[in-house]
Design a protein around this ligand. Structure first.
Ligand SMILES: CSC[C@@H](O)[C@@H](O)C(=O)COP(=O)(O)O
Length: 377
């Protein structure tokens, strides 16, 4: 997407130095636009853990490039020692964040690639780079397709309102900053807006890290899309008063049965949407499906992050990025980063292949290659 008229992806290989991966350091947005250079797998792991890069699709792509950086620094004395180092880096990268399945999916894809082929260390390094690029390109392409499919839902609502503004509520940031390009929840909005549909977005601020207030709001502002930031608890009130036509969120892991893990608070929005008869869609690329988990509430691991994210709130004060304590000193806090919305509350899943019901039959009808391998009840 464009930033001040210049096209950017969220991650890319430095054109002058093939040993350097560039990222937009999202900790500084919306106040500063800072590009960071990474040249080791440890730096990439730190960038994922500390959320310089975040969002399910982007941390998958980042893990892919992290594996490429690992291949450059791995022991080259023999194929065996190279693979031992690669397995160690894979483990380190996968451990950075547990809920988004895209991360382990990307790492495993690269490990499988270099296990299956590459006669020399140089061949295997080339496979790592090609795979990292393929994961990133595929992510951007799938998000673009999600936009096309999801825009049909927005167009349908616009038609039913005789062209009046379609009000869409979203939670956290499932925009292009959470992916390589376009995003998932925002991609249909970008497409519909580009087609001339009158849209307005309610942006949940999304405590504790406020990815809605800082990142989604910034993205929408850059693209000129009308939006309003709301506190996390406002959505139910807006829904009761007919001010929300549609909810679209992203996902960090979706079971093949349609349960959706996403940023903490998503479940409450889905409950409010159901109570008010408002469609609740989840947009995700196929890399976000977990084809091994049947019961998301029981079996999806939920990341718990540092309590300082709850105790403090970050922002700009007198042109300086500042962190402010909002609880009593050392207050006990809990920081669950994600929750799971059961399939029964999800109207549909918007994927790169189209829209399906959030159910085992729905996902398997769009992705029939997984029939026969998913666990039985
Ligand atoms: C990538 S879209 C789905 C999610 O990743 C997004 O909504 C979200 O929860 C991001 O979480 P984050 O903790 O910022 O990585």
């Amino acid at each position: 997407m464009n930033v001040a008229g210049i096209p950017y992806r969220t991650i890319w290989l430095d054109q002058e130095d093939a040993g350097v991966v560039k990222i937009i350091d999202q900790r500084y947005l919306p106040h500063r636009f800072i590009v960071e250079s990474l040249s080791t797998p440890d730096q990439m792991a730190r960038a994922i853990t500390d959320m310089h890069v975040r969002g399910a699709g982007l941390i998958g792509a980042a893990a892919g490039f992290g594996m490429y950086l690992a291949s450059l620094t791995a022991d080259r004395s023999s194929l065996d020692s190279f693979m031992v180092d690669m397995a160690r880096s894979a483990e380190m990268l996968i451990a950075t964040r547990p809920t988004a399945v895209n991360l382990s999916w990307a790492v495993q894809r690269i490990l499988d690639g270099i296990s299956a082929s590459g006669a020399s260390v140089e061949d295997k390094i080339a496979i790592c780079l090609d795979s990292a690029h393929a994961i990133a390109d595929e992510d951007a392409d799938f998000c673009r397709r999600i936009g096309r499919h999801g825009a049909e839902i927005i167009t349908g609502i616009s038609n039913s309102k005789a062209g009046a503004t379609v009000n869409i509520l979203t939670h956290c940031n499932a925009g292009w900053l959470a992916f390589v390009d376009y995003g998932t929840a925002t991609s249909p909005i970008y497409t519909a807006f580009g087609q001339g549909i009158d849209v307005h977005v309610w942006v949940d601020e999304t405590r504790p890290r406020n990815q809605g207030a800082s990142l989604t709001a910034w993205e929408l502002q850059q693209q000129g899309i009308p939006y309003t930031v709301i506190v996390d608890n406002a959505g139910g009130h807006l829904m009761q008063h007919g001010m929300v036509d549609l909810v679209i969120t992203g996902s960090d892991r979706t079971t093949f049965t349609g349960d959706v893990a996403n940023k903490i608070g998503t479940y409450l929005k889905a409950l409010a949407a159901r109570d008010n008869g408002i469609p609740f869609y989840v947009a995700l690329p196929s890399s976000t499906f977990d084809w091994t988990v049947r019961d998301g509430v029981r079996d999806i691991p939920i990341e718990q992050r540092d309590g300082e994210e709850v105790r403090y709130i970050e922002g700009l004060a007198e042109d300086r990025l500042t962190s402010v304590l909002i609880t009593p000193q050392n207050s006990p806090v809990a920081n669950y980063a994600f929750d799971v919305t059961p399939a029964r509350l999800v109207t549909g899943l918007i994927t790169e292949r189209g829209i399906c019901p959030a159910s085992e039959e729905g996902t398997l009808s769009l992705f029939p290659e997984h029939r026969g391998t998913v666990p039985q009840p």
